[in-house]
Design a protein around this ligand. Structure first.
Ligand code: ATP
Length: 577
């Protein structure tokens, strides 16, 4: 139940609104139960079957009845609004916190977590928690108050009838417990499958071209069907339990109570001692009819309650996931000198993917990392950006160990251009400056033109204000790269990281990118993950990696003279083109 305690802690920020909502709800229920009492008084006091009826007090009582109903309607309206609003605000806070927390999670957390799961935590799960406030709490409150109020009132009118109602309460509680245990089991499966389906939908949308190229549609659809079947099966079991314990059961119980009450009335009538007036009888019948509906309402909310509980567990699990520790060190006037000293690294604590790496880069130099796939090039960049820290050895920025440097501060001196640059939904301008207010429109335009983006800018209908679709689906890879280069240039980083595109780009695009690379890397420490060796011939330092170890190092000329792995790779690429 700690999860509910934590949800309550969020709700406590709005506690006075909740108190107001509860007070209004109590008023609503009280007025609801008061209205038949007015009719009872009319029946017993002012309607005499044998004599003439004086209409004026009857009309007065009817006016009172309508006044009570009117106040009831107003109170019900406001209690609904207040509780819903307060719940929505509580969940809004929670959702913001989860999203903010996810931004700070270490990159390695996402290695084993499908994106769809994170999406589900922030959207679906917080929505399930909202149901706690929008339906569970109001229903429980109204239902419990109604049951207690009716039982008390019936006991007051006729103690024996009151005892009968009381006797039903344990039966009802038992029924609720059995229902909960059964339904929880199926609810759990239902939630899990729903989450799996979300993850699968997300993954298949992201990987749609590959799925279609490799004719995987049927297989993926089959896997989805399996999840969907399991989901529906659990959902149907819950529907079955609901139908069994729903109206049928309540109707049966209501009939039993009516039978008992009729027996009481009949036996007291026959024995000559009329225990109840006509008005009291009307009141009892009215209350007994209302007594069981709240029970049905409570049972219908148990499902929602359980969903909210499971969702809270998951949301708080994510919130408890350690976010990145803030190191306090800061780079002061960083000059762009970087060293890797005896660095060893593994992703899983066992299999070393980098072994004894030593790299020395001076300000303004370009280091090219080359090697076959899986040789460890990206891992070096991952360490540089502090997405991970080395197991042994150290990485120094101007002689300072990066472990001590605040990650945000460290990353602020670097810009990265990825193979397949990510484009955010927003304008071209936004995609260049992101949220950096320091970059003006002129700066962004200058950057884009410097990297060779003038023709692209001309093509754009609204220039820098052109809205780009999510992931830049309508742009070519070359255009996305240019935006990414312009972003790197506009941010004026001390260190630039380029992950060169591996895909077969045409020679015109290649030339365009080569030009952009030259502009952006000028006078900055640059790391290039190079796949096409022709692009890095002028680098001061080329590092050849093989299975996580540096096997060759030097300029293009030196490595060609060495006639080792680099020279072989180079010759292979030259003959291929
Ligand atoms: N997140 C990860 N978790 C576990 N192992 C990983 C992870 N990322 C990479 N690896 C492993 O680390 C090794 C080095 O991978 P890395 O991505 O650094 O190679 P690379 O030289 O950049 O390859 P490519 O040219 O294909 O991008 C590989 O064996 C890879 O399987």
């Amino acid at each position: 139940m700690t999860e509910f305690k934590r949800v309550t802690a969020y709700a406590m920020k709005f506690k006075w609104w909740f108190v107001l909502g509860v007070v209004l709800t109590v008023l609503t229920v009280a007025l609801q139960l008061l209205s038949p009492v007015v009719l009872m008084v009319v029946l017993d006091r002012y309607i005499d079957i044998d004599g003439p009826i004086d209409l004026s007090p009857v009309l007065m009582m009817l006016a009172l009845f309508f006044l009570i109903r009117l106040i009831h309607a107003v109170a019900a309206y406001f209690s609904h609004i207040v509780l819903q609003n307060t719940g929505a605000k509580t969940v809004q806070e929670l959702r913001t916190d989860v999203f903010r927390h996810v931004q700070k999670l270490p990159v390695k957390y996402f290695d084993n977590l499908p994106a769809g799961m994170v999406v589900a935590r922030i959207t679906n799960d917080t929505e399930s928690i909202l149901a706690l406030f929008s339906s569970v709490i109001p229903t429980f409150l109204v239902s419990i108050l109604t049951i207690v109020g009716i039982t008390g009132a019936i006991y007051f009118v006729n103690p024996f009838a009151g005892m009968v109602m009381l006797a039903f309460i344990p039966v009802i509680i038992l029924w609720i417990i059995i229902y909960r245990v059964y339904v929880n089991k199926h609810n759990h499966v239902k939630r899990e499958r729903n989450s799996d389906m979300n993850a699968m939908i997300n993954e298949s949308i992201n990987g749609m071209p590959i799925i279609q190229v490799y004719n995987q549609e049927q297989k993926i659809a089959g896997e989805f069907k399996q999840l969907n079947d399991q989901y529906t099966k659990s959902a149907m079991k819950i529907v079955n339990a609901d139908s069994l314990t729903g109206d049928n059961l309540v109707d049966s119980m209501r009939s039993i109570v009516f039978a008992i009450l009729i027996y009481i009335f009949a036996s007291t009538f026959l024995s000559g001692e009329m225990a109840l007036t006509v008005g009291a009888m009307y009141l009892l019948v009215d209350y007994v009819s209302r007594f069981f509906n709240p029970l049905l309402d409570i049972v219908s909310q148990l499902n929602v309650l359980e969903q909210a509980r499971v969702a809270s567990v998951k949301v708080f699990e994510l919130l408890d996931e350690n976010s990145e520790k803030e190191d306090s060190g800061r780079l002061q006037n960083f000059n762009g000198n970087i060293q890797f000293k005896n660095v060893n690294f593994s992703y899983d604590g066992e299999n070393k993917v980098l072994k004894n790496i030593n790299i020395d880069v001076n300000n303004g130099d370009t280091v090219a990392l080359v090697g076959h796939t899986g040789s460890g090039k990206s891992s070096i960049i991952n360490l540089l950006m502090r997405f991970y820290d080395p197991d042994e050895g150290e990485i120094l920025f101007d002689g300072e160990n990066t472990r001590m440097i605040n990650k945000q501060n460290l990353r602020s001196v670097m810009s990265i251009v990825l193979q397949d640059p990510f484009i955010y939904s927003g304008t071209l301008f936004y995609n260049i400056r992101l949220n950096n207010e320091g970059i003006s429109k002129e700066d962004a335009e200058k950057a884009l033109i410097s990297v060779g983006g003038a023709p692209m800018l001309e093509r754009m209908q609204d220039g820098l204000d052109t809205v780009l679709t999510e992931r830049g689906a309508t742009l070519s890879l070359g255009e996305r790269q240019l935006i990414s280069f312009a972003r790197a240039l506009a941010f004026k980083p001390k260190v630039l990281i380029l992950d060169e595109a591996t895909s077969n780009i045409d020679s015109e695009t290649e030339q365009m990118i080569q030009h952009a690379m030259k502009v952006v890397s000028k006078d900055r420490t640059t790391f290039i993950i190079a796949h096409r060796l022709s692009t890095i011939q002028h680098s001061e330092n080329i590092i050849m990696l093989s299975q996580g170890t540096i096997v060759e190092e030097g300029s293009h000329r030196e490595l060609m003279e060495l006639n080792g792995g680099y020279a072989e790779m180079y010759r292979m690429q030259v003959t291929k083109h």
